[in-house]
Design a protein around this ligand. Structure first.
Ligand SMILES: C[S@@+](CC[C@H](N)C(=O)[O-])C[C@H]1O[C@@H](n2cnc3c(N)ncnc32)[C@H](O)[C@@H]1O
Length: 319
């Protein structure tokens, strides 16, 4: 069976433009920490004929599908099955003890997850409450719904889902599970629909934010992002670049905060002159967070929430 890949990766051309100055060298290595179906990686391998890409994904199915898609690039593409916060280990597995010229993180789920009903990511199809990106992980959405307290559920929906009805939905879930355990995504959707006041029925699908929060919790997405940023920045060579694409306000806040500390001087306040060792090691290559163009947003609804930030290494301190 041949697979066709009709999705154009989010902000493809702009992401290439942002990383390009770092990838011109003959032996350049790009780490695509969120390989997915390999759309961005394919575009990079086509644009830079001597580039090598190390593609990381925690989802085995994504690795398999992307590897088949990228087979024609031979050993210019290497995959690593694991979390992107294992970036150091993944780069070391190449065996040449090197730094990297580029790192790309295109966070969140891929169409592979949403289109496969049985994985439980989608609220429009009935399926087991799973939502694990790596099916070898232990925690599922079902377990969270069965074991989290009322307060934990409400905090989760509020913090990771920006859900205004967080408390109300948490109460509905706890009261439902007292009579019967949750079976499928469809049952959860029904409980959320019943708990939504009539006046708010037209504010979008009631399950959207709850599903997002559950997915982010099941996969510890913010934890993994917090862990990868310092590792990625540390492994980037002089002149190398990092680009992160977030689709959630909490993710973008975290990226902004971490990047800001690396692009700011570490000179103590009141020092008359900045010493060389206090100079920042990175500079911004985006002005704040960049968004997709209106044309792209019209053509691809997933791009509507993207926030893209990037930095370049301008100094490598000797430690
Ligand atoms: C938005 S998709 C990437 C799409 C890709 N850029 C493309 O063009 O096809 C995000 C991918 O990152 C993976 N992912 C999410 N969190 C991850 C993590 N912590 N470690 C490794 N992979 C992760 C998901 O499994 C998914 O395949």
């Amino acid at each position: 069976m041949t697979t066709t890949y009709e999705h154009i990766p989010v902000m493809r051309d702009r992401v290439i433009e942002l990383l390009a100055p770092a990838l011109e060298a003959d032996d350049a290595l790009l780490v695509d920490g969120t390989l997915g179906l390999g759309g961005h990686t394919e575009a990079f391998l086509e644009a830079f004929p001597s580039l090598r890409v190390l593609g990381i994904d925690r989802d085995r199915e994504a690795i398999d599908q992307a590897s088949a898609r990228l087979e024609r690039f031979g050993n210019r593409f290497v995959s690593f099955h694991g979390r992107y916060d294992q970036l150091g280990e993944a780069v070391d597995s190449l065996g040449d003890g090197r730094d990297v010229q580029g790192v790309l993180l295109d966070l969140g789920v891929s169409s592979l997850h949403l289109d496969k009903a049985e994985r439980g990511f989608s609220y429009v199809q009935d399926a087991p409450l799973d939502m694990r990106m790596n099916s070898e992980d232990e925690t599922t959405a079902h377990e969270i719904l069965a074991t989290y307290s009322l307060d934990q559920l409400a905090d989760l929906f509020r913090n990771l889902g920006d859900e205004k009805l967080a408390g109300r939905y948490a109460r509905a879930i706890v009261s439902h599970r007292e009579t019967q355990p949750f079976g499928t995504t469809g049952e959860l959707v029904e409980v959320l629909q019943e708990a939504t006041p009539y006046a708010l029925k037209d504010r979008g699908h009631p399950a959207k934010r709850v599903f997002q929060a559950l997915r982010m919790e099941v996969n510890n997405e913010l934890g993994s992002l917090e862990a990868v940023l310092p590792v990625a920045l540390q492994r980037i060579a002089l002149g190398g670049r990092l680009v992160v694409m977030s689709y959630h306000s909490g993710e973008d806040r975290l990226v902004k905060k971490v990047l800001r500390t690396h692009t700011s001087s570490s000179a103590p306040l009141g020092l008359p002159e900045e010493l060389p060792e206090h100079r920042s090691e990175f500079r911004d290559i985006t002005r704040g967070a960049e968004m997709a163009t209106p044309e792209e947003r019209d053509a691809n609804p997933r791009s509507a929430s993207v926030r893209t930030r990037g930095v370049e290494r301008t100094r490598k301190a000797t430690r």
